[in-house]
Structure formats: C-alpha cells, structure tokens
Ligand binder design. Structure first.
Ligand code: FE2
Length: 213
C-alpha cells in the first residue's frame, strides 16, 4: 500500500475548502450541486444497459466509512482503466433506485479503488472517477479488479447521491473471497456485488437504494 502523500488533516481541510468553494459557485449560478460539489446536469445519455430493477428493493443501502483515501473533484468518465495495467478487466454496473425501486436519474456515482497490487493513487486520479446515471438510473464503469492491502478484503469505495437524496458513502465487496471477507471487520454481506466473468472480463453488478431527502 502506498504511503499517503498528504496528512489526513490537510486532506480533510482541503476537501472542506474545495467542496465549500464549489458549492458557493454553484449557488451563485443557480444550479443544484451534490454534497460533493458536482453540478447536477440531468440524466446522462441512455446507456442502453436494459437492467431490470430487483423484484424487491430494500429500505436503503447501508453506509460505510469513506476511509482515508477519498479525493474530491474526480474526472467525469466511464473508463478508469490505465495503459499497461496488470489488473484484470472488470465492468461495474448497476442502478440507482429509490427504496420502492424507482430509478434515480441524473444521480452522481463517484468511485475509487486501489490498483491490482493494493496501492491507492493519492496524488492524481488513477482509478478514480464519477459519472451520472441515465434516465433508467443506470451507471457503468470500466476498470480493473482491485487487489488486497493489509487489513482489508478487496473492495470498491463509492459515493452516490441523487438530486433530491442524501449522500450515500459506502463500499462494495466481492463474492467468492470467504476467508478474506471474514477477516475484514467492516465487511457486510448486503454490500456484496453479483459477479460473473465473460470473455475474460469480470462483470460486477450492484444496485443502490437511496431514500429521498
Ligand atoms: Fe480502501
């Protein structure tokens, strides 16, 4: 795992200042913004994923700590893969839904994760990015499967927010890693993705349920 290039104190201070500045600019422009400072821009263009909502939704996706490596103001992009990576290709997709399974369109989904060797990039935006859901509430990232680092089972970090919902910060976990998942003190079964593999690409799926404000 990489050493952090900034202290937690400066990271938190910078995050607070950056988010406040972005929020102020958006307030002056009349646009709504997420808690993270990204301007809501309406639904993304149709991704054509054809994902069906689950038969039964849940009261709300459980939140988890963001951990020490969140970086604000990530690039808006769907492809997080890096040239020359040794990581196994993975597509993470799913829906953002209300607790009664209606799509949350135009919601921001911001993800970050370590590389295949368990290292976070804390000086730029390697394996970090955000996007907005389409009219069906769908999102889709192309990235790689994150590796292990001491004390944690492999996971994605995620922040999700709709224009009229609170901010959800949570983590997503992999099936098939029983021992690693069991040893991780914050692992939760309900945050486990569905996972398959086709054509040499891992296909991960998770639906978020966000309660309106
Ligand atoms: Fe992490």
């Amino acid at each position: 795992m990489s050493k952090r290039s900034v202290t937690r104190r400066t990271l938190v201070a910078g995050l607070a200042a950056g988010t406040a500045g972005a929020a102020a600019a958006l307030f002056l422009s009349g646009a709504r913004s997420t808690t993270l400072g990204y301007a809501f821009r309406g639904p993304a263009s149709d991704r054509g994923l054809g994902l069906a909502p689950p038969a039964a939704c849940t009261p709300g996706t459980v939140g988890q700590t963001e951990g020490p490596y969140y970086t604000p103001s990530t690039p808006r992009r769907a492809n997080l893969r890096e040239p020359g990576t040794g990581g196994e290709p993975l597509v993470l997709q799913g829906l953002v839904l209300t607790p009664d399974c209606r799509p949350v369109s135009g919601a921001v989904v911001d993800i970050w994760h370590c590389d295949e060797r368990g290292r976070y990039d804390n000086s730029s935006f390697r394996y970090r990015g955000h996007q907005f859901t389409d009219a069906a509430g769908a999102f889709r990232f192309e990235t790689v499967r994150p590796g292990h680092y001491p004390g944690r089972t492999p996971h994605f970090h995620v922040k999700v927010q709709g224009e009229r919902t609170g901010l959800l910060t949570t983590q997503l976990y992999f099936p098939g890693l029983r021992d690693a998942n069991r040893r991780d003190s914050i692992y939760r079964d309900e945050l486990r993705m569905q996972l398959g593999r086709a054509g040499g690409i891992w296909r991960a799926h998770f639906d978020f349920m966000l309660a309106p404000d």
